[in-house]
Design a protein around this ligand. Structure first.
Ligand SMILES: Nc1ncnc2c1ncn2[C@@H]1O[C@H](COP(=O)(O)OP(=O)(O)OP(=O)(O)O)[C@@H](O)[C@H]1O
Ligand SMILES: [Mg+2]
Length: 340
């Protein structure tokens, strides 16, 4: 690393979701780490010191373990401004090779955490999140922390809209005038929340925007409950459940069991709730030009959401649409207005 790279702030998009933390970098790299950590030291001595799988960080006097741990649930109200969130983000930045770097970041809050139903911004919550990330986090290894010197917060699904309307090519950015001119809806199916944003004349229509507390973590919870009941188990690791949802089978005591019917039912139940909310928010979308689906849930539930609207589309690498849009917003909206 040169001295210049340590002092020149690097812009990043930082989509710190309840399930995964996604980082978009200006060189085009997209990095994802599970939002998984817990309070306390790892209590593990690594035989191969050079390849630890659990990493320890300290923030505001509390030590956390991040990485291959049984994570504490992130789905509690204060998560976006918590120490748990801060160490998970620091870990994601370390994984992205940003140790010792000074960063400028844009992150997000779910639409309903960002706006009051009337459309006013929830200033206190936004400021809490903005300041939280600027507090120091120290890695308890001999690596330097990545520091966030500037941090702005946008509504999560709106970031995907910026991603859609700002087109980058040959290192330059331009606005796609045709996309900018028409009303669109963004549906972001995430881990804990499904976010809706309708943008018309470059403004958010608040009576068709908001968040439903439902996403892929609900699928995982239902599958976990089903496996526990069927095999009479008291506890299940989160990674085992994640694998069961991905593969439709679960390996217990050396034997594979087919749980695909259970996974399918869990997905259908969650899809039904999201579908009902989508109709409530958007109706048939007759006045919209396009309905754009983003978020990791869009990938996981792809075959269940194929025919909701005749004018629907799925973003490219949908799980990263928000992170890409946050980076574009930082580079072409925030920094452009700073320079003006
Ligand atoms: N490439 C993929 N293939 C299959 N499933 C995926 C993929 N990426 C993500 N998922 C699933 O989608 C879920 C949601 O991922 P996403 O990254 O959108 O959540 P999040 O942004 O952390 O959640 P929230 O937006 O609620 O904070 C994950 O829990 C995972 O199960
Ligand atoms: Mg998300």
């Amino acid at each position: 690393m040169t001295d210049a790279s340590a002092v020149t702030p690097l812009p990043i998009g930082l989509d710190d979701g309840y399930a995964y933390t996604k980082v978009a970098l200006p060189d085009g790299r997209l990095v994802v780490t599970p939002s998984r950590a817990r309070i306390g030291r790892a209590g593990v001595t690594w035989v191969h010191q050079d390849r630890p799988r659990i990493f320890e960080y300290e923030t505001e006097g509390t030590v956390y373990s991040v990485g291959a741990v049984e994570g504490a649930p992130t789905h509690f109200e204060g998560y976006p401004a918590s120490g748990l969130n801060r160490v998970i983000i620091q870990h994601a930045l370390q994984e992205a090779g940003l140790a010792g770097r000074t960063l400028h970041a844009v992150s997000g809050l779910p639409v309903s955490a960002f706006y009051h139903p009337t459309g006013e911004q929830r200033q206190a919550a936004i400021e809490r999140k903005r300041h939280s990330l600027q507090r120091p986090v120290t890695p308890l290894t001999d690596t330097l922390p990545a520091g966030i010197a500037f941090h702005e917060v946008v509504p999560e699904a709106l970031a995907a809209w910026y991603d859609d309307v700002i087109i980058e090519s040959d290192g330059k950015a331009r606005l796609d005038e045709a996309r900018l001119a028409v009303p669109v809806a963004i549906v972001d199916i995430g881990g804990r929340t499904t976010d809706y944003v309708v943008v018309k004349n470059q403004g958010v229509l608040h009576n068709s925007s908001g968040s439903l507390q439902c996403g892929m973590l609900d699928v995982k919870q239902r599958v976990a409950d089903g496996i526990q009941a069927r095999f009479d188990l008291e506890t299940l690791s989160e990674s085992l459940v994640a694998r069961a949802v991905e593969r439709g089978s679960v390996r217990l005591q050396g034997t594979d069991h087919d749980v695909s019917a259970l996974v399918d039912t869990a997905k259908r139940e969650v899809v039904e709730r999201i579908h009902a909310e989508t109709r409530r928010q958007l109706g048939l979308g007759v006045e919209l030009d396009r309905v754009l689906f983003v978020g990791g849930g869009t990938v996981a539930l792809r075959e269940h959401i194929t025919d909701w609207f005749p004018h629907q589309a799925i973003a490219e690498h949908p799980a990263f649409a928000n992170a890409r849009g946050m980076l574009k917003y930082l580079r072409y909206v925030c920094e452009a207005s700073d320079a003006a």
